[in-house]
Design a protein around this ligand. Structure first.
Ligand code: SF4
Length: 459
């Protein structure tokens, strides 16, 4: 008789890259462990971490503190921390959390079974933060019902923006061979997958150093040529490396969704230079204009940092000017926080916390107006939605995303989850849209099956 698998609980912090890494963790450990969503029954509890901001590190330390009680109740449970914080802090984490058994870095995922075996043999607390020249990628079967997939196409970064910890914790840029990516996407599509998001720190530089010279636009063309893939997305793009060839893909490739995340970070040329971003405000806005010429429906989102060392009020005003000129559809915005090893952490003119807080509030106000205006432009139109599940905020309504990545909520039956449907957009809020399910291909069939009285309009 086969020994039953042990239970694995994974808590993931950070971006989509970390979510994809957690999927790899589960696959690497699959022969001995099965995932559980109940931490209290875990035999192995892993925390996959993000170090992009100081707050993220504090969150991990606070969770470790809370886990002391669980470890006391279940001393046989192994507790491990992986990912960027583990890479950055290494041995120091073992000192800060005496109940922690394992620390493994960003390249340690695939060595985790060996690390666990060694831990079992020796009973010692272990750290593995070595970088590897090559990292394998594992492809698992499509989880039941999953129609969206994150596919890592590259790891690491060589850009060394002066505020960013990524090159230090994820190592140099390495692209995954195109044939592996295509095989993974083909398998997913053949099992009924609908939407693929390609992941990398800077996908625009994909392909450098590969034996087969494949550029990122070429990779997109090969993936878009599959029949059956409804939606193709990617993140993140460095504005400096956004080529004309890539912009043209938005006009040429039907599955490529009309959305690009293009992190600008700041609007002042002086700040951009001190960040070592490699473009000016004018360069950035020229690319935004060109994108909108090529693909008039494209939605553009961005990342913004306020309070970078030396940022004056005039610099900050430049950021607001750029935001309005670019008319961002949405944005993630943060206060600058100095990260270990980075150049900007050593800059003399750190901006006081109170100034950062006040600027962040003003920036938020501007972005919320822009986001609302972006949502209002969609009201009255009919759009395709990939239904992702039930909304937690909107009272049991279904929720999904348009091709432009706008979030939309509407009444409908559970049978629609995982399907592409048409909706008529009726209301705009700051962070989402309200809509009515259209009749037609799916609407009639599913509405008839539903006992609820869903409002709908014919489109
Ligand atoms: S390009 Fe992105 S990941 Fe790379 S150093 Fe700059 S901010 Fe960090």
């Amino acid at each position: 008789m086969r020994t039953p698998k042990k239970k694995l609980y994974i808590r993931t912090y950070g971006c989509q890259m970390n979510v994809a890494d957690s999927e790899q963790l589960a696959l690497v450990l699959d022969s001995d462990y099965e995932l559980t969503d109940r931490p209290e029954e875990a035999d192995l509890y892993l925390i996959n971490t993000c170090a992009i901001r100081r707050k993220s590190v504090e969150k991990v330390l606070s969770l470790l503190g809370r886990l002391k009680a669980l470890k006391r109740r279940r001393p046989e449970m192994l507790l491990g921390v992986g990912g960027c914080v583990a890479q950055q802090e290494g041995q120091q984490l073992l000192r800060q959390a005496p109940h922690l058994d394992l620390v493994f870095g960003t390249h340690g995922i695939y060595r985790l079974p060996d690390l666990l075996a060694k831990q079992r043999q020796t009973g010692r607390r272990l750290v593995d933060t070595a970088f590897a020249a090559e990292m394998p990628y594992l492809c698992g079967p499509r989880p039941a019902g999953a129609v969206q997939k994150l596919v890592t196409i590259m790891q690491g970064c060589d850009n060394y923006c002066t505020y960013c910890v990524v090159p230090y914790v994820r190592g140099p840029e390495r692209s995954r061979p195109a044939a592996d990516i295509i095989a993974e996407v083909a398998a997913f599509v053949s099992q009924g997958g609908q939407e693929v998001t390609l992941l990398g720190q800077n996908v625009n530089s994909y392909g450098r150093g590969l034996p087969e010279a494949v550029s990122f636009p070429e990779l997109l063309r090969r993936l878009a040529a599959f029949g059956g893939l409804a939606r193709l997305r990617f993140t993140t793009s460095h504005p400096r490396d956004l080529s004309e060839d890539l912009m043209n893909c938005f006009a040429e490739l039907p599955p490529l969704c009309e959305h690009i995340h293009l992190p600008v970070q700041a609007g002042s040329d002086g700040v951009l230079a001190r960040m070592r971003r490699g473009y000016t405000q004018k360069d950035y806005l020229t690319k935004v204009e060109r994108l909108r010429q090529v693909c008039p429906d494209i939605a553009i989102s961005t990342d913004l940092i306020v309070g970078f060392p030396g940022e004056s009020e005039a610099d900050f005003q430049e950021t607001l000017t750029l935001m309005r000129a670019a008319a961002f559809d949405s944005a993630f915005y943060f206060k600058y926080s100095p990260r270990p090893q980075t150049e900007a952490a050593t800059y003399a003119e750190q901006v006081p916390e109170a100034v950062k807080t006040e600027r962040l509030a003003r920036l938020k106000e501007v972005q919320e107006q822009l986001s609302l205006a972006s949502n209002q432009r969609l009201v009255g139109g009919v759009r395709e939605v990939l239904v992702e599940g039930f909304s937690k905020q909107h009272n049991g309504q279904l929720t999904g995303r348009l091709r432009s990545n706008h979030v939309v909520n509407f009444d409908g039956p559970a049978e629609l989850i995982g399907r592409l449907v048409q909706v008529h957009v009726t209301t705009a809020h700051r962070h989402s849209l309200g809509a009515l399910l259209c009749g037609g291909q799916f609407g009639d069939q599913f509405l008839a099956a539903s006992r609820q009285d869903h409002r709908r309009i014919p489109c």
